[in-house]
Design a protein around this ligand. Structure first.
Ligand SMILES: Cc1ncc(COP(=O)(O)O)c(C=O)c1O
Length: 390
């Protein structure tokens, strides 16, 4: 049976595992399958493979190997950073700061801490999704212990100036820890934890062509943090549990590939995105790009809103013909479930419902642009006819 043409434009949700990463996974499952804590050669070999993977990440972030901790993904890395630091430092202060556009794994961790009695400041962003710097500066208090700000927003692709924000924090108080959710930035941008004043940084494998269920947290040496998972004391006691050796090796390999091809991948995606947007504007009326100015926007994420369209209807209709995208709002029609990011940049409920997200990867080709845009244009016209009662 012929498989229908598939075009995957949802790389910010997850990515395909690369061939090379898959080879390494098979090797770790069938050859180097020892428990890294075992003292025999099979265990030692697994441990060496883990150390190699940690070294790859270390070389990218310009940190040291003992500052990398592997987790079950980005969500756990964010939970560990925020819970672990807030709880460990609560005798110093109980005020913590984040933004209104964070991923739910950050936002809900802050909500949980708030319920426990922590005082949380949620920073506003402007219409493009940039954090209000003055508000950040003013929010910092004597009892502030942690600030958590994402590098690249997963819905609209706004990239914060992390170095500048880090500077504001450290100028006010060098003792405040700065956590950055870099899950949509790692593998796409050069990140320098020292230069950008980052104390903790979360990454996730499945956004960069490694499998789901592996992530890592960079924790600067000297940061006071306690574990959220207790057990056998692996990873220097901060993250117990037998290491996901195959996932870790996959993350290392995916990191190596991402940074080896960084420049060409990013240039190709920017070219793809630019041409796609040009053609969308040529063929469709009443469409707006959400987020940052085009020349400052990240190459891999594009958020668009269409007048008189339900993003969900467009998603399903495109899915039926093998084009995979995402909506801008949560998968619910309930008002309370509208995307917090899109609310924070000032969109109305109708604008939020009309939003879709396209996110790109190295497997997107310019040859497909006309096919993608023709189909979107077609469906937008059909949906609008129904909505407008034409
Ligand atoms: C910005 C951001 N943070 C955190 C996460 C959660 O990562 P994971 O899926 O690895 O738990 C995601 C995933 O969508 C994300 O985009």
């Amino acid at each position: 049976m012929d498989r229908k043409k598939e075009i995957y434009l949802d790389n910010a949700a997850t990515t395909k595992v690369s061939d090379r990463v898959m080879e390494r996974i098979i090797d770790m499952c069938t050859v180097n399958y020892g428990n890294p804590s075992s003292m025999h050669n099979k265990g030692l070999e697994a441990e060496n493979q883990i150390r190699n993977a940690a070294n790859i990440i270390t070389n990218v972030l310009l940190c040291s190997e003992e500052e990398i901790y592997f987790t079950s993904g980005g969500t756990e890395a964010n939970n560990l950073a925020i819970m672990g630091v807030s709880e460990a430092n609560k005798n110093v202060g109980r005020h913590i700061i984040t933004t209104k556009i964070e991923h739910s794994s950050v936002q809900k961790t802050f909500k949980a801490l708030e319920a426990e009695g922590f005082d949380v400041t949620y920073l506003d962003v402007d219409k493009k999704g940039y954090v209000d710097e003055k508000q950040l500066e003013d929010a910092i208090r004597e009892d502030t212990t942690l600030v958590s700000i994402m590098y690249v927003n997963n819905e609209i692709g706004t990239k914060q100036n992390i170095e500048k924000l880090g500077n504001i924090i450290k100028n006010k108080n060098t003792k405040i820890y700065f956590h950055v959710d870099a899950i949509q930035a790692f593998g796409k941008f050069v990140i320098n934890v020292d230069k950008e004043h980052i104390d903790l940084l979360s990454i996730s494998g499945h956004k960069i062509h490694a499998p789901k269920g592996i992530g890592a947290l960079y924790v600067r040496k000297g940061v006071k943090i306690i574990p959220i998972i207790h057990g056998g004391g692996q990873q220097k006691g901060l993250r117990s549990g037998t290491e996901n050796a195959m996932g870790i090796v996959a993350l290392g390999e995916a990191t190596k590939e991402a940074y080896k091809n960084l420049k060409s991948n990013m240039e190709n995606m920017m070219e793809f995105k630019t041409k796609l947007v040009e053609e969308i504007f040529n063929k469709i009326d009443d469409v707006v790009v959400n987020g940052a100015e085009f020349n400052k926007s990240v190459p891999h994420i594009l958020s668009l809103r269409f007048k008189d369209i339900k993003g969900q209807a467009l998603l399903h209709a495109l899915s039926d013909i093998g084009i995979y995208i995402s909506t801008g709002s949560a998968c619910s029609t309930k008002k309370t479930d509208l995307s917090k990011t899109l609310i924070a940049i000032g969109l109305s409920p109708d604008e939020i419902y009309g939003t879709i997200r396209l996110s790109f990867g190295p497997d997107n080709y310019e040859d497909d642009i006309s096919y993608i845009v023709d189909n979107i244009a077609n469906l937008v016209e059909k949906i609008r006819k129904v909505v407008r009662g034409e």
